[in-house]
Design a protein around this ligand. Structure first.
Ligand code: NAD
Length: 478
């Protein structure tokens, strides 16, 4: 019998998990569950990670986890356990289907049927943040080539497996040319290997607006972590309720299934939450572990229950609904419908029992990397960049020369504008005088010289070329 780790979570978690389990059992899923304790109780017991070593062991042993939402306590600097779990277990692909159930669930978008494939391990969710000056904090946005290749390939393989016609990519590469630029570049590379699937790219702001306005124009959408988080909540909500959508987190070895929504503390313990999101996550899990017959039976019973107008409060509509029910009663109605098919909504057929898991990523050969300069970040509470430049020029050495100062990314020296608002956080770019590969000793010399000249250097960032291609952005206005 297949063993699955189970976390009942916080807030509405236990209610929607009990409802989901009652349906899985009644449908004959025939699974053994090993329950683990994670989340709020664990955090508040003094374990700042929200999860014990034993729970990690159970998850790693069983490989598959069904998880209800978790509350991350506010304040106290607790890290989100959801993000930690996705990253620690290498669950790089977050699959979030959002489909409208028109006319049974009220929505402005009756034709909507899209799948968001969200990168799950990197981007700003690395959570690497620092306060560097009185006025400025930073968060590192990390995007890797393996991360991009894995998620974009997953999106195209998903489209192929499930006969989807188009894959759309959202990025903000007009601004972030290195990070989002890499994601877009990899998208174009991978797309060229799937000529039978249409591909397109939108800048994320207009892309998100189009999803909100005409979601029926989209099929599969792939995007970096943060945009995927935001856009998938929008997509789920406009189908009728954020409580409807499930989510699969897939890695090379482990997988985790959940609802896309959070622990909804505002309705916890009232038997009013919609268990559909978690149930749909569980249906994805059943498909993943090869129990597609049970997945199909549950999904069709769920669709039929929605058609019957038996609705939880979040999707209740006086015209389309016949009965407003609680979490438990909704689950009971689904159980009664096991074996029944929807009459009007399309019946589902899950014929293919094989999970979509891509082969392990193979690292590519390295490029030739040359260091050609350094960005020295300085904490300075003056206002006139010319004054700072005069001090910084003293640090020039045989190999390096000051070429640019920016403040929050915009050029303020040479030839800055007096209108530009400046904080106490300055990026000072030194470039190799002869443009060739530098000795790192020259960078250390600049730093030493900064210290002896009372310049508060807060960090350095080396500037590289890779196979001769510039690996850093220019200053805005440069
Ligand atoms: P939320 O998704 O919990 O709630 C947003 C709104 O949607 C609330 O009005 C809520 O009542 C409603 N809602 C959510 N799920 C519903 C359901 N199944 N049925 C009916 N209505 C539902 O978002 P939030 O309030 O921003 O976050 C609450 C907590 O959840 C936070 O601690 C957050 O960190 C956590 N969270 C956890 C996860 C996860 O475990 N995967 C995801 C997101 C947020």
């Amino acid at each position: 019998m297949i063993k699955v780790s189970l976390a009942k979570g916080d807030g509405i978690g236990p209610e929607i998990m009990d409802a989901t389990l009652s349906i899985l059992n009644a449908a004959g899923a025939d699974l053994t569950f090993e329950e683990i304790e994670v989340g709020e109780k664990v955090y508040l017991s003094g374990n700042s990670t929200g999860i014990s070593d034993e729970a990690w062991e159970t998850i790693r042993r069983n490989k598959v986890l069904l998880k209800a939402p978790i509350t991350t306590p506010q304040g106290g600097g607790y890290k989100s356990l959801n993000v930690t779990m996705r990253k620690t277990l290498g669950l790089y692909s977050n699959v979030r289907p959002c489909r409208s159930l028109h006319p049974f669930v009220t929505t402005k978008h009756p034709e909507m049927d899209l799948v968001i494939i969200r990168e799950n391990e990197e981007d700003l969710y690395a959570g690497i943040e620092h306060q560097q000056t009185d006025e400025v904090v930073q968060c590192l946005k990390l995007i890797s080539r393996p991360g991009c290749e894995k998620i974009v390939t997953y999106a195209f393989e998903y489209a192929k497996k499930y006969s989807r016609k188009k894959v759309t990519c959202f990025t903000k590469d007009n601004i972030m040319k290195q990070t989002d630029g890499l994601f877009h570049q990899v998208f174009d590379e991978v797309a060229s290997r799937y000529p039978e699937i249409i591909n397109e790219h939108w800048i994320v702001d207009i892309g998100a607006a189009l999803v909100a306005d005409s979601p029926e124009d989209f099929d599969v959408i792939v995007m970096p972590n943060l945009y995927g988080d935001v856009v998938s909540d929008i997509a789920a909500q406009i189908t009728g309720s954020v409580g409807l959508a499930g989510s699969a987190n897939i890695g090379e070895e482990c997988s985790m299934f959940e609802a896309i929504h959070g622990s909804a503390p505002n309705i916890a313990g009232k038997n009013v939450a919609n268990p559909s999101g978690l149930l749909n996550g569980a249906v994805m899990m059943l498909n993943h572990i090869g129990k597609s017959d049970v997945a199909e039976k549950i999904q069709n019973a769920w669709l039929r229950t929605i058609e019957d107008g038996v609705h939880t409060n979040d999707i209740y509509d006086p015209i389309m609904s016949t009965k407003r029910v609680g979490t438990k009663e909704f689950a009971e109605a689904i159980i009664t419908n096991l074996g029944n098919k929807p009459k009007q909504l399309p019946e589902v057929f899950y014929e293919d029992n094989t999970p979509l898991v891509l082969p392990k990523y193979q690292r590519k050969p390295s490029k030739t990397k040359n260091v050609v300069g350094v960005d020295l970040f300085v904490d300075w509470n003056g206002y006139d960049a010319n004054v700072l430049a005069d001090q910084l020029k003293k640090l020039n050495n045989e190999a390096l020369e000051l070429s640019l100062i920016t403040n929050r990314g915009v050029k303020v020296w040479p030839n800055g504008f007096s209108e530009t608002f400046c904080t106490d956080h300055w990026r000072c770019r030194y470039l190799a005088k002869d443009g060739e590969d530098l000795s790192k000793e020259s960078i250390i010399d600049i730093l030493k010289s900064a210290i002896s000249n009372n310049i508060d250097a807060i960090k350095t960032e080396n500037l590289y070329t890779f196979d001769g291609v510039r690996g850093y952005s220019l200053g805005q206005g440069q």
